[in-house]
Design a protein around this ligand. Structure first.
Ligand code: SDX
Length: 428
């Protein structure tokens, strides 16, 4: 017999169905709550509210588990390529060799952006933050593909937009960086795989041969996989709600990029490195900064620490922390910030304040150290997060549209003035 939830309101008992997911998560389905009771629920920040059902990503915050379509990220990060994982997230299964070849060839074919877009880049100041450039450029792609504005276009046409986005985001990201250095833009090379092509467009110069250490390519592949999806986080929820209005996918992804930019979300990876540099330059007194993070009168927070869902180690942070040691050793990089990060983690995890609040390192705590070691400039860190998260955003948008979910429109409880009449300005 299926479980039901009973709510007593005004002396009357109302019953609501309980739904159970494939990982035994349970939810009270309150789809008819207002119609049956006249009441709504209130849950600022959606800490207890499920917005949807989804078959894409499962995470268990208490146990520190993260799986994409049922595959553990530990296995995927070790054995898969980012493009393989993108296919898995978007289409639901790991691709066969033929499917992967077709997917990869289609992406390779669409890596160029319209030449007119180069003028857009040139209009930005050199100091423009690349996330602002990227969000604008992605939305601008919709102006070159007006057919993408039709929400009722065929599945093939939607797929073409998906492939265009995956293909062009690295080009736009690398060109945003080149624009900031005022170096010549490098065009994608079809013979390179996804990660090597991005690194080529980022760091190659027309006057020199391009060589990249396979360790760097592998590190980027791993980082992108670990960022690929994370169920209903802030930017993914943004993508779902913007997409639910049937806005085109370019505008929808642009909204996701903007939400990710925030320092409490994807912008944290840049904040972490800037925090570690501040601590390093301040003499490396970790205890002093941990005390500041605990001080309610001090706005300083330990960036890269804490998580809305993980109340245990973020499994991605564990993998990235280990990868840090491997990659820095292979590259012969000795970054003092890594030692500070490890000391910070050790002090915080032994401190009652952090333990009582289940604050552990999250995905952003160590990722910046690897990005720095492979030559990615700090301001590009959140762009790297967006590159990784793109297939997750697309997969979640695709699932939402295919499930024909209604336009997202939450309710509220009004707490303002009840009724006032207009008074002429001279009498106010
Ligand atoms: C990402 O949702 C996702 O899945 C996101 C993400 C993804 O893959 O999409 O995992 C990526 O965004 C990771 C998080 C990156 N952000 C940061 O590292 C910024 C620093 N962390 C925080 O600001 C905070 O932990 C959040 C935003 C991540 C979570 O905030 P919550 O869940 O709203 O928790 P909260 O702010 O209410 O904090 C609870 C308590 C508070 O203290 P009390 O009021 O109980 O006394 O913990 C404290 C907070 O002050 N706290 C911190 C802290 N994080 C929370 N104190 C010091 N340093 C911190 N980092």
């Amino acid at each position: 017999m299926s479980e039901i939830a009973k709510i007593e309101l005004g002396g009357k008992v109302f019953e609501f169905p309980v739904i159970t997911g494939t990982e035994n998560e349970k939810a009270i389905d309150i789809s008819n709550l207002r119609q049956d009771t006249g009441y709504i629920t209130l849950d600022t920040g959606y800490k207890n509210t499920g917005a949807t059902t989804s078959a894409i990503t499962f995470l268990d915050g208490e146990e520190g588990i993260l799986k994409y379509r049922g595959y553990g990220i530990e296995e995927l990060a070790e054995k898969a390529t980012f493009i393989e994982v993108a296919y898995l997230l978007i289409y639901g299964n790991l691709p066969t060799q033929d499917q992967l070849n077709q997917f990869r060839d289609s992406i390779t074919k669409h890596t160029l952006v319209h030449e007119d877009m180069k003028q857009f880049f040139e209009a930005y100041p050199a100091k423009a933050h690349p996330m602002g450039v990227l969000a604008s450029m992605v939305c601008s792609l919709s102006t070159f593909y007006p057919e993408s504005l039709d929400p009722h276009r065929s599945a093939e046409a939607k797929n073409l937009t998906i492939h265009r986005l995956i293909a062009k985001l690295p080009t736009l990201a690398a060109w945003a960086y080149k624009n900031s250095t005022r170096h010549p833009f490098m065009y994608p090379k079809n013979e390179f795989d996804y990660c090597k092509n991005f690194l080529y467009m980022m760091f190659a110069m027309p006057t020199e041969d391009f060589n990249v250490d396979p360790v760097v390519v592998d590190a980027l592949n791993k980082l992108l996989i670990l960022h690929a999806d994370h169920e209903q986080n802030c930017s993914t929820s943004t993508v779902r709600i913007v997409g639910s209005s049937q806005a085109n996918l370019y505008a929808t992804i642009s909204a996701g990029i903007s939400a990710l930019w925030g320092p409490l979300h994807g912008g944290a990876n840049q904040e972490v490195i800037e925090m570690l540099e501040k601590i390093h330059n301040d003499g490396g007194d970790v205890d002093k900064w941990v005390a500041k993070a605990k001080d309610k009168d001090d706005s300083f927070r330990l960036m890269g620490f804490g998580h809305r869902v993980y109340k245990n180690f973020d499994p991605r942070a564990k993998i990235i922390k280990k990868a840090c040691d491997d990659i820095l050793e292979k590259l012969g990089v000795n970054d003092p910030l890594l030692a500070i990060a490890k000391r910070l983690e050790q002090v915080a995890l032994e401190d009652e304040y952090f333990k009582a609040r289940n604050l552990y390192p999250n995905v952003d705590f160590y990722s910046g150290i690897i990005y720095k070691a492979i030559g990615i400039p700090t301001e590009m860190f959140t762009v790297m997060f967006a590159l990784g998260r793109l297939p997750g955003w697309i997969a979640q948008w695709k699932e939402m549209t295919e499930n024909k979910e209604p336009i997202g429109r939450p309710r509220q409880i009004y707490t303002g003035e009840v009724l006032r009449t207009y008074v002429p300005i001279e009498k106010r």
